[in-house]
Design a protein around this ligand. Structure first.
Ligand code: FUL
Length: 693
């Protein structure tokens, strides 16, 4: 790796962050952003590209996605558990590391911790002598994969058990980590200094957490990623002493990245599998650069996380790259009922192009089943995924060609020895030297003339630009239209047969393909994603929303679909392109999500061929979660045909909008892809109306 800085120290190394202030001009902010560099551990992390996630625990046996903390541990008995099988499958598919839920929110721990009885030691599995972390660590070492640990900060067992310490109001007292227990087998090594000790003032739960982190980081060999999930289902107030946690990780595992809330790697902001169209690794942050816990200047779910707006609200800029976590199935844990809902190969390839191909790491979850094995459908799919990745992205069709820069830093021309057919153009910056490209255009030479076939914004570690259809050409030119600093770009070319052919509709009404509004008298006439839930026509009418009616929101006026019950009344977002002319400063959507909050970047294409991302944020129909300010409820009515037990929850039709460039004319929008559509549990987004104004 070439780097402009020597080994940085943490966290205040001046090459790793740059202070900004309210008086900085936009040019000054860009200049400062161009100076920010990654730490070596962040470069190594990003170059992995593919990291596997393994959700396994008591939930695998109870069928829950989130346990209670008081789950029956006698159910945990993965009689055929074989971590070598997991790792072999993952390694063959191209994954470079594997992150295990050593503890999920329920608090059950997959190793025999000295600090809780709520662990594998209390289960019938291997007569209470098993250790999943050890078996996985050994297998990962054997197959050359890195090991990561997910240690949920939220802990339902410690919150709900009578002797639990989560949120018990205990004072912070002087503590030593490891806190030795009676008969502790580490006592001599701690006394001799062979094992390090840490002094800190912490309350009971932070001490518990630090002691478990210490066990994981000192007993299983190298750990390369520590993943601290942000979700908290406990309803109990507990402060997390993140500086102590991350400080200890730095001391015990200096090469490990601290992900999600930690200083090295950020959550991309959704669980749908998409990085942003413009995904910056240089991110505006607030607070103290010397703190280990990071706060983004705007919510990490926001569409514009790192542009000039957020930069103006920041205290400092820092390298903070995105990780895209998504499951190969609807759930994070294995449920046999979802065996037929394993994501298809085209879908996995789509995720790859929108995560790795958008300057992020893909963290793909593959959950083992109750036997303790990765299930057949997932194993088969991963084998295909790995094979196609190797066949497609292991063959750079520009290899051997002589790229030349012309002029340096502004354009790269690749002269191919003969015509080649490709439909994906890969671009890379050397991230050790920061992230610089802000806008680029791709031209191919067709019959001797350069013709623009794509435009884009950020590049970073890797950008994969899919073309609507394969082109055959003997020359490719990439023009850098805007950059924070001039740097060489590496260009590669691929022929990816899984890039879907574009589906283009002439108008929004023509694109409607889904029924979601139902007369209460005919409840099964309509459905959102086969979930059996539908928007009630009567309830909507009571809220003033009638077929063909007009709905005004956020200064835009929408026309509600004018169709009979049971006729297609919405567009299910699935990668299709819809011609929508007009110009204005905004585009708005009336939409509903299913099953979960749904997020995904769509694209606006202007008549001049340039593109811009338009985020689609749909409220989930189950009414859970907090939403970024961009998504708001427009109509809230009782849901019709609710699943049992959820009848009181409102159906929500939401609104979201994105700015448009008023100087250009819109030609079409391309919607993001969500789940397969086949699974009731996959989130989907349904759009009822679009307005430009
Ligand atoms: C979420 C958790 O609540 C899920 O269970 C899962 O672990 C996912 C990766 O993160 O916040």
């Amino acid at each position: 790796m070439t780097s402009e800085h020597s080994e940085p120290s943490e966290p205040s190394d001046p090459s790793l962050w740059v202070a900004v202030g309210p008086d900085d001009s936009d040019d000054e902010l860009r200049r400062k952003a161009s100076m920010v560099r990654p730490a070596p551990r962040q470069v190594a992390w990003q170059r992995q590209e593919l990291v596997a996630f393994v959700h396994f625990g008591i939930n695998t046996f109870t069928g829950l996605e989130c346990g209670t903390g008081l789950d029956d541990l006698s159910l945990f008995d993965p009689a055929e558990l074989d971590c070598r099988q997991w790792v072999r499958v993952l390694a063959e598919a191209g994954f470079r590391s594997v992150i295990l839920t050593a503890k999920h929110h329920d608090g059950f721990v997959l190793w025999p911790s000295r600090y809780t009885g709520h662990s594998v030691a209390a289960t019938p599995w291997r007569a209470g002598r098993g250790d999943v972390v050890r078996e996985l660590a050994d297998a990962a070492r054997e197959f050359g994969l890195g090991l990561g640990v997910y240690l949920s900060p939220a802990d339902l067992h410690q919150s709900n058990a009578p002797d639990g310490c989560y949120g018990n109001g205990s004072p912070a007292v002087a503590s030593v980590i490891p806190t030795l227990v009676p008969g502790d087998d580490r006592a001599d090594r701690v006394a001799s200094g062979e094992l390090p000790s840490f002094s800190c003032a912490v309350d009971d739960y932070n001490r518990y957490y630090l002691n478990q982190l210490y066990e994981l980081l000192t007993e299983y060999g190298p750990v390369n990623e520590v993943w601290l999930d942000g979700a908290d289902p406990t309803a109990t107030k507990q402060n997390y002493d993140q500086d102590a946690w991350f400080g200890m990780v730095r001391a015990l595992a200096p090469d490990a990245t601290c992900a999600v809330g930690g200083p090295d790697v950020r959550w991309v902001g959704n669980e749908s599998g998409y990085a942003r169209y413009s995904e910056w690794s240089v991110v505006p942050l607030r607070g103290e650069p010397s703190a280990f816990g990071q706060t983004t200047a705007v919510a990490e779910e926001e569409h514009d996380l790192a542009g000039p707006g957020p930069m103006r609200r920041a205290d400092y800029l820092k390298w903070y790259p995105a990780e895209v976590d998504v499951s190969i199935r609807p759930g994070w844990f294995h449920h046999a009922s979802q065996d037929a809902a394993v994501k298809s190969l085209p879908r996995l390839m789509d995720l790859y192009r929108h995560s790795v191909g958008r300057n992020a790491v893909l963290l793909l979850n593959v959950p083992p089943d109750r036997r303790g094995l990765l299930p057949g459908p997932d194993v088969a799919r991963l084998a295909e995924f790995g094979r196609v990745l190797r066949e497609v992205y292991g063959h750079d069709l520009a290899a051997g060609a002589r790229p030349h820069e012309h002029p340096p830093g502004n354009a790269v021309v690749v002269e191919l020895p003969e015509s080649r057919t490709f439909n994906v153009v890969g671009l890379s910056e050397d991230i050790a030297r920061g992230q610089q490209v802000e806008a680029f255009a791709v031209d191919v030479r067709l019959e001797g003339t350069w013709t623009r076939v794509a435009t884009g914004t950020t590049v970073g570690h890797r950008r994969l630009v899919s073309l609507p259809r394969p082109v055959t050409s003997d020359g490719v030119r990439v023009r850098v239209l805007d950059a924070r600093a001039a740097r060489p770009l590496v260009v590669s070319l691929y022929l990816d047969p899984t890039v879907p052919a574009p589906v283009v509709h002439g108008s929004f009404a023509e694109a409607r393909d889904n029924t979601g509004i139902s007369s209460d008298d005919a409840p099964r006439l309509a459905d959102l994603d086969g979930t059996g839930m539908s928007l009630s026509a009567q309830a909507l009418a009571a809220a003033g929303v009638v077929p063909g009616g007009r709905v005004a929101h956020g200064g835009l006026e929408f026309r509600w679909p004018d169709v009979a019950p049971g006729e297609p009344d919405n567009v299910r977002a699935d990668g299709q392109t819809i011609r929508i002319g007009g110009s204005g400063s905004r585009i708005g959507f009336l939409l509903a999500g299913t099953a979960d909050r749904s997020f995904g970047p769509g694209l606006a294409t202007y008549t001049d061929g340039t593109q811009q991302e338009i985020p689609l944020l749909a409220l989930d129909t189950l009414g859970e979660g907090d939403y970024p300010a961009a998504a708001q409820t427009v109509v809230s009515t009782p849901y019709h045909n609710r699943p049992a037990g959820r009848v009181d929850e409102p159906a929500r039709v939401g609104w979201c909008a994105a700015p448009l460039d008023p100087a250009r004319t819109l030609e079409s929008i391309t919607l993001p892809r969500y789940g397969e559509g086949a699974s009731p549990e996959e989130p989907g987004v349904h759009i009822f109306a679009v307005a430009v104004g």
